[in-house]
Design a protein around this ligand. Sequence first.
Ligand code: COA
Length: 246
Amino acid sequence: MSAGTVEIRRSGSTAVLTLRREAKLNALSTHLERALLRALDDKAVTTSRAVVLTGGDKVFSAGADTGELREMTPEAITAYYRDSGAVYEKVAALPQPTVSAIAGYCLGGGLELALATDFRVADPTAQLGLPEVGIGILPSSGGTYRTVRAVGPARARELVLRGRRLTAAEAHAWGLLTEVSEQGAHLGHALRLAEELAALPPLAVAVTKRVIDVAADSPRESSLLLEQLAYASLNQATHPPTEDPT
Ligand code: COA
């Protein structure tokens, strides 16, 4: 059990994925990342209208498995990003809206995983941080990139460079969290948010998710053009032209 599993269940239209490696604070070993990759291809997920990712009541994840980090050569690291390390981008690329339900530690790769989801709902016990630089590396599963975009470079330096650990209230004030629930209610709140998102037209949601991602990195002209083209195709899908009777 210490290798960990990902529990998959459905709650209405939402797929709920739970990291289960409690004895190691849900540390993201290669084994656990692969389990998450497989879970994303499970029918319960592919047929869902929203996805909630959680680590349960006590801990979201204490990050990459530090035992594995020590042994990796540059070649092994490159191979890792093609293998289980691809899971962070796979979560980010899901067409459905995604919500992280966070309690307790959400550190390093755990925070990177949460940042790969669209929304983050946390229990007041949540602690968010990126301790990698302190151990001689850096967040490299999209964490540096997404932190800058989520909170701007000055606050990203506090988190990434100084390794500042935020309480749930601080992370909410910084814009890293969508919502802080009452104690013990984070999963319920995340499920409510997921069901609200699941009720939206799925094609509009999937296309808009992509447009938002691209807009974060693109010049004004291409962002505006993409938004207009996306509008044209969504509008046609939503309101197909009626036949001209003449
Ligand atoms: N990788 C592998 N194992 C981890 C881990 C990680 N990132 N984080 C925690 N664990 C394991 C511990 O080794 C311990 O296992 P053991 O009981 O077999 O010895 C178990 O989880 C419980 O952790 P412990 O340190 O005893 O809990 P704590 O409450 O005293 O401290 C933390 C919690 C999160 C502060 C501490 O575990 C920690 O700093 N972890 C590393 C966080 C980190 O640097 N993450 C980024 C990695 S790039």
